[in-house]
Design a protein around this ligand. Structure first.
Ligand code: AMP
Length: 287
């Protein structure tokens, strides 16, 4: 596996790969890799001739007071994992390489970026949309792979790719979870032993609410119960909302497939998760 740090070297490698007729899958990350990231790599390796991965802790998607400086960085260990998995090229640009002096453009995805994490983290999705647009233009892959764990991010990236005619297929990969249900996340490393135990209640409460809604319980009541359960478990909930999986508009009743989204703080760690709520499950069987 080759490691490059400049757009020029990246383009040379990609150009040579294309000249040899290889189709490229791309997996962008912020590093501190875990099995969730590696499932994106595996999906990309299965479908494409070669895989480019990137590690870039993008400063523009962190707000003031967020964890940019504390964000875990372990490039050598990450590179080993990616190499063993069979990745062809690892791109590790500096902030200076991505945002040279005079950089002035922002990609903003309107309504999709407003609710959920957009409300708690103003500017976050502009940072994500801008860096992903740059990375997709730099790598020019056939497809790029993103986790469903960050469903709103995935939705925004699908939108911007279509809107800006980037000509890249966006592939969503299901959330990889620990045995107790907690979604893998680089930020789980912040959790104390005790918090880690409590953290497993987040997916549990989310699933309980999803099952209730699918069984026909009132959405608002179920969300209120879920909110209280989160507080009782020791979380500070930020949102627990049922929304359309594509438009992210609120879903007040369960008339068609919807997704249940949660964000909650546990100590200083912010956790997010989401699950599908199947509309057909709301209809009782007729025989
Ligand atoms: P990050 O390094 O947190 O920016 O994540 C890089 C990519 O990995 C994003 O597309 C995430 O959605 C994806 N990802 C993170 N955690 C998981 C997980 N537990 N399961 C599947 N994909 C994940």
């Amino acid at each position: 596996m080759q490691i490059v740090r400049t757009v020029r070297e990246l383009r040379e490698w990609v150009g040579a790969s294309r000249a040899e007729g290889r189709r490229i899958g791309f997996v962008p990350t912020m590093g501190a890799l875990h099995a969730g990231h590696m499932s994106l790599v595996e999906a990309a390796l299965q479908a494409y001739d070669t895989v480019v991965a990137s590690i870039f802790v993008n400063p523009t998607q962190f707000g003031p007071g967020e964890d940019l400086d504390a964000y875990p960085r372990q490039e050598a260990a990450d590179a080993k994992l990616l190499e063993r998995a069979g990745v062809g090229l690892l791109f590790v640009p500096s902030a200076q390489e991505m945002y040279p002096e005079g950089f002035a453009t922002t990609v903003s995805v309107g309504r999709l970026a407003k609710p959920l994490c957009g409300e708690d983290r103003p500017g976050h999705f502009d940072g994500v949309a801008t860096v992903v647009t740059k990375l997709l233009n730099q790598v020019c892959p056939n497809a790029a792979f993103f986790g469903e764990k960050d469903w709103q991010q995935l939705t925004i990236i699908r939108r911007l790719t279509a809107d800006l005619d980037l000509g890249v297929e966006i592939v969503g990969v299901p959330t990889v979870r620990e045995e107790d249900g907690l979604a893998l996340s680089s930020r789980n490393a912040y959790l104390s032993k005790e918090e880690r135990q409590t953290a497993a209640k987040l997916p549990e409460i989310l699933r309980t609410a999803a099952v209730s809604i699918a069984a026909g319980e009132q959405v608002a009541d179920t969300l209120a119960v879920g909110w209280r359960s989160l507080e009782e478990a020791g979380f500070v909930p930020q949102y627990l909302e049922l929304r359309d999986p594509h438009t992210l508009e609120p879903a007040e009743t369960l008339g068609r497939p919807a997704r249940l989204f949660v964000a909650a703080r546990l100590g200083k760690t912010r956790l997010i998760d989401n699950v599908e709520v199947a509309a057909e499950a709301a209809t009782p069987p007729t025989n």
